[in-house]
Design a protein around this ligand. Structure first.
Ligand SMILES: Cc1cc2nc3c(=O)[nH]c(=O)nc-3n(C[C@H](O)[C@H](O)[C@H](O)COP(=O)(O)OP(=O)(O)OC[C@H]3O[C@@H](n4cnc5c(N)ncnc54)[C@H](O)[C@@H]3O)c2cc1C
Length: 87
Protein backbone atom coordinates (compact mmCIF):
# COMPACT_ATOMS: atom_id res chain seq x y z
CA UNK A 1 0.00 0.00 0.00
CA UNK A 2 1.42 3.37 -0.99
CA UNK A 3 2.51 5.81 1.73
CA UNK A 4 2.00 3.14 4.36
CA UNK A 5 4.63 1.93 6.83
CA UNK A 6 4.21 -1.16 8.96
CA UNK A 7 5.09 -0.27 12.54
CA UNK A 8 4.06 -3.39 14.41
CA UNK A 9 3.25 -7.05 13.85
CA UNK A 10 1.99 -9.09 16.76
CA UNK A 11 0.28 -12.44 17.19
CA UNK A 12 -3.43 -12.50 17.96
CA UNK A 13 -3.76 -14.72 21.00
CA UNK A 14 -1.19 -17.50 20.98
CA UNK A 15 2.43 -16.37 20.65
CA UNK A 16 3.07 -18.91 17.90
CA UNK A 17 0.77 -17.04 15.52
CA UNK A 18 -1.65 -19.94 15.19
CA UNK A 19 -4.56 -17.50 15.65
CA UNK A 20 -3.23 -15.00 13.15
CA UNK A 21 -1.56 -11.62 13.47
CA UNK A 22 -2.40 -7.97 13.94
CA UNK A 23 -0.52 -5.56 11.67
CA UNK A 24 -0.43 -1.87 12.56
CA UNK A 25 0.49 0.72 9.97
CA UNK A 26 0.96 4.44 9.85
CA UNK A 27 0.98 6.96 7.03
CA UNK A 28 4.61 7.46 6.03
CA UNK A 29 4.13 10.86 4.42
CA UNK A 30 1.72 12.74 6.69
CA UNK A 31 3.15 15.95 8.13
CA UNK A 32 0.49 16.36 10.81
CA UNK A 33 0.21 13.27 12.95
CA UNK A 34 0.54 9.73 11.67
CA UNK A 35 -2.87 8.11 11.68
CA UNK A 36 -2.64 4.39 12.39
CA UNK A 37 -4.58 1.56 10.83
CA UNK A 38 -4.98 -1.99 12.00
CA UNK A 39 -5.27 -5.13 9.88
CA UNK A 40 -5.55 -8.77 10.80
CA UNK A 41 -4.15 -11.63 8.77
CA UNK A 42 -3.74 -15.36 9.08
CA UNK A 43 -0.10 -15.13 7.96
CA UNK A 44 2.32 -12.25 7.44
CA UNK A 45 5.22 -12.16 4.99
CA UNK A 46 7.95 -9.63 5.77
CA UNK A 47 9.28 -8.18 2.50
CA UNK A 48 10.51 -4.73 3.49
CA UNK A 49 13.95 -5.30 2.00
CA UNK A 50 16.99 -6.11 4.10
CA UNK A 51 17.11 -2.95 6.18
CA UNK A 52 13.36 -2.39 6.50
CA UNK A 53 12.67 -5.97 7.53
CA UNK A 54 15.45 -6.09 10.13
CA UNK A 55 14.40 -2.72 11.57
CA UNK A 56 10.78 -3.83 11.82
CA UNK A 57 11.69 -7.16 13.43
CA UNK A 58 13.82 -5.32 16.02
CA UNK A 59 10.91 -2.98 16.76
CA UNK A 60 8.57 -5.94 17.19
CA UNK A 61 10.94 -7.77 19.50
CA UNK A 62 11.77 -4.73 21.60
CA UNK A 63 8.08 -3.86 22.00
CA UNK A 64 7.47 -7.42 23.18
CA UNK A 65 5.20 -8.18 20.24
CA UNK A 66 7.36 -10.98 18.83
CA UNK A 67 9.35 -11.99 21.92
CA UNK A 68 10.48 -15.32 20.50
CA UNK A 69 12.60 -13.78 17.75
CA UNK A 70 16.14 -15.06 17.83
CA UNK A 71 18.90 -13.14 19.59
CA UNK A 72 20.84 -13.66 16.35
CA UNK A 73 18.56 -11.17 14.60
CA UNK A 74 20.63 -8.66 12.62
CA UNK A 75 23.98 -10.31 13.36
CA UNK A 76 24.75 -11.40 9.84
CA UNK A 77 23.34 -8.51 7.81
CA UNK A 78 25.87 -7.45 5.22
CA UNK A 79 25.97 -4.88 2.46
CA UNK A 80 27.82 -4.80 -0.81
CA UNK A 81 31.36 -3.63 -0.33
CA UNK A 82 32.58 -0.98 -2.75
CA UNK A 83 34.98 -2.38 -5.30
CA UNK A 84 37.88 -0.22 -6.46
CA UNK A 85 37.16 1.25 -9.91
CA UNK A 86 40.24 -0.46 -11.37
CA UNK A 87 39.19 -3.91 -10.26
C1 LIG B 1 22.24 0.05 -5.70
C2 LIG B 1 21.54 -1.27 -5.97
C3 LIG B 1 21.56 -1.78 -7.27
C4 LIG B 1 20.93 -2.98 -7.55
N1 LIG B 1 20.96 -3.46 -8.83
C5 LIG B 1 20.37 -4.62 -9.14
C6 LIG B 1 20.35 -5.12 -10.49
O1 LIG B 1 20.88 -4.53 -11.40
N2 LIG B 1 19.74 -6.30 -10.73
C7 LIG B 1 19.11 -7.01 -9.73
O2 LIG B 1 18.57 -8.07 -10.01
N3 LIG B 1 19.10 -6.55 -8.46
C8 LIG B 1 19.71 -5.39 -8.14
N4 LIG B 1 19.69 -4.94 -6.84
C9 LIG B 1 19.06 -5.77 -5.82
C10 LIG B 1 17.56 -5.57 -5.85
O3 LIG B 1 17.27 -4.17 -5.77
C11 LIG B 1 16.96 -6.27 -4.62
O4 LIG B 1 17.39 -7.61 -4.60
C12 LIG B 1 15.45 -6.23 -4.68
O5 LIG B 1 14.99 -4.90 -4.82
C13 LIG B 1 14.89 -6.81 -3.40
O6 LIG B 1 13.50 -6.71 -3.49
P1 LIG B 1 12.62 -6.70 -2.21
O7 LIG B 1 11.19 -6.62 -2.68
O8 LIG B 1 13.00 -7.83 -1.31
O9 LIG B 1 13.02 -5.37 -1.41
P2 LIG B 1 12.96 -3.76 -1.87
O10 LIG B 1 12.98 -3.67 -3.34
O11 LIG B 1 14.06 -3.18 -1.06
O12 LIG B 1 11.54 -3.37 -1.36
C14 LIG B 1 11.24 -3.22 0.00
C15 LIG B 1 10.16 -2.18 0.13
O13 LIG B 1 9.67 -2.20 1.46
C16 LIG B 1 9.47 -0.88 1.86
N5 LIG B 1 9.50 -0.83 3.34
C17 LIG B 1 10.57 -0.75 4.18
N6 LIG B 1 10.19 -0.76 5.46
C18 LIG B 1 8.84 -0.83 5.44
C19 LIG B 1 7.85 -0.86 6.48
N7 LIG B 1 8.17 -0.84 7.80
N8 LIG B 1 6.55 -0.91 6.10
C20 LIG B 1 6.21 -0.96 4.79
N9 LIG B 1 7.09 -0.94 3.77
C21 LIG B 1 8.40 -0.88 4.10
C22 LIG B 1 10.56 -0.05 1.22
O14 LIG B 1 10.15 1.30 1.15
C23 LIG B 1 10.62 -0.73 -0.14
O15 LIG B 1 9.73 -0.14 -1.04
C24 LIG B 1 20.29 -3.71 -6.53
C25 LIG B 1 20.27 -3.18 -5.23
C26 LIG B 1 20.89 -1.98 -4.95
C27 LIG B 1 20.87 -1.43 -3.54
Amino acid sequence: MAETRVVSVRPLGALDGSEGYEVQTECSTSLLGRPRRRFTAKNVIFSAGVMGTVRLLFQCREAGHLPNLSTQLGRYVDVYKRQPANG
